[in-house]
Write a protein that binds this ligand. Structure first.
Ligand code: CMC
Length: 430
């Protein structure tokens, strides 16, 4: 059996044989299918990239039908159980789990970069007191390109690594400053004696105590949440990171764009939208009424935190999150929204509308409830997503840059506008 595809163009009667590799044909192979010498050649039309592979990637694998997620081959459940965020970041970036010595060096390389330039503080102080922290986050990430002029050297491996270390280390600091800015409290300096997540909690919640002691259950829960969010192959924001990065701009500027994509309610903003939705529903007894509204499409309402472009079964990340919710609630007390969420899930999983469309809870369905119980305001949720996704964005950016097949990303279009026409002077316009 030949790994080829035979296409007959019925406009001309000509047949073409195209190679099939890895279950794909190359879109550029279609260009030789022409009706004549002047014909541009056949293209594919694929709004929203529903069926187009844009790259080869060895980082993350998803089997959406069977609910499988692997980072560099390791199942997400095992990483969530046994790894921590920084180790997982190393795995995603370098392809293997670190040895003890590599891990020690890696943690040191990240930890030395946690501080922000004092001018970044001044920059953040310029935002309105009620500025959305994700707006502060993405602008500050972009602004970092002006502090790290060496970041333009994207074809130097050492420079790339340095920027990656800086970004992974500094995003929790930016996030914490955005939070402290919103609540009008002084920004806390990083404490490099603490773990990555312990220090993050310190920068968020430290008051007047000399040394902040992070709650070990909460810092472990954050580690797990960060592992779950670290990468998810070619999602919207990652596609943006690759696309902007393909113009050969510095990684801070590319990441500002990726963070902007994550901000949207259909992507990383969904956890915020879930909690708003649950609060709006208000009580378990109102759940059936809400489900009815979603099904009728009234007010364009969707069941936020449900559905996924790739998963057509239970999102494996949501399963892990559901488990750690109980752990977090044992420290913080139960979030009353949990009952509403559980009832929504129960009804939706029995309802033909959701079953027939294969709509299951995704990672965002429970993460917001946990973050809320931990004391984060709703607006911080997308920022909590962006901190670990920084690793995924950077791993994918690096992979794109060293991929010889990649070029500046530039889709085609089907032009539907006017043909050439002559300019009409204003007095002659109807
Ligand atoms: N509630 C109700 N109906 C839905 C939902 C939902 N959450 N999601 C999809 N549908 C319906 C949709 O109306 C359509 O029905 P029909 O065939 O009758 O028109 C069908 O299911 C297919 O939906 P789609 O919009 O074509 O699917 P998509 O792959 O374009 O969208 C999605 C994926 C995640 C944007 C969508 O499921 C959604 O809007 N979910 C809610 C937002 C959300 O939770 N986003 C977080 C995604 S996971 C984390 C992340 O990536 O950031």
């Amino acid at each position: 059996m030949a790994d080829t595809l035979t296409i007959t163009d019925n406009r001309t009667g000509t047949s073409y044989e195209l190679p099939i590799q890895d279950g794909t044909i190359r879109a550029m192979d279609l260009r030789k299918i022409k009706t004549g010498a002047d014909d541009f050649g056949l293209m594919t039309y694929d709004p929203a990239f529903m069926n187009t592979a844009n790259c080869r990637s060895a980082i993350t694998y998803i089997d959406g039908d069977n609910g499988i997620l692997l980072y560099r081959g390791y199942p997400i459940e095992q990483l969530a159980e046994q790894s921590d965020y920084l180790e997982t970041a190393y795995l995603l970036l370098f392809g293997e789990l670190p040895t003890a010595a590599q891990r020690q060096a890696w943690v040191r390389d990240i930890t030395v970069h946690t501080m922000l330039h004092e001018n970044v503080k001044t920059f953040i102080q310029g935002f309105q007191y009620d500025a959305h922290p994700m707006g502060i986050f993405l602008s500050t990430v972009g602004a970092l390109s002006t502090f790290n002029r060496d970041a333009k050297q994207i074809f130097e491996k050492r420079s790339r690594l340095l920027q990656m270390n800086r970004l992974i280390a500094k995003v929790p600091t930016i996030a914490a400053y955005a939070y402290r800015h919103n609540i009008g409290r002084p920004y806390n300096q990083p404490d490099n004696d603490l773990s990555f997540t312990g220090n993050f909690l310190n920068m968020l919640f430290k008051m007047t105590e000399l040394k902040y002691q992070p709650n070990p259950v909460l810092s472990r829960a954050l580690d797990v949440l960060f592992i779950l969010h670290a990468d998810h192959e070619q999602n919207c924001s990652t596609a943006v990171m690759r696309s902007i990065g393909s113009s050969q701009v510095d990684p801070y500027s590319a990441m500002a764009g990726a963070a902007a994509a994550l901000y949207g309610p259909l992507h990383g903003g969904a956890n915020e939208a879930v909690v708003r939705m649950l609060a709006e529903i208000g009580s378990v007894s109102k759940v059936p009424e809400f489900i009815k509204k979603v099904k009728s499409g009234e007010g364009h309402s969707r069941l936020m935190g449900f559905g996924h472009r790739v998963y057509k079964s239970y999102d494996p990340r949501a399963k892990v999150i559901k488990k750690i919710a109980d752990l977090v609630f044992s420290v913080t007390g139960k979030n009353p929204l949990l009952e509403i969420a559980l009832e929504l899930e129960r009804i939706a999983l029995e309802d033909d509308y959701f079953v027939s469309r294969k709509l299951y809870p995704n990672v965002d369905f429970y993460s917001g409830i946990i973050y809320q119980a931990m004391g984060f305001p709703t607006e911080m949720f997308p920022v909590m997503f962006a901190i670990p996704r920084t690793t995924g964005w950077l791993a994918q950016w690096e992979e794109m840059l060293v991929d010889q097949e990649q070029k500046i990303a530039r889709p085609r279009q089907i032009y539907t506008g006017q043909q050439t026409r002559d300019y009409v002077p204003q007095e002659a316009r109807g």
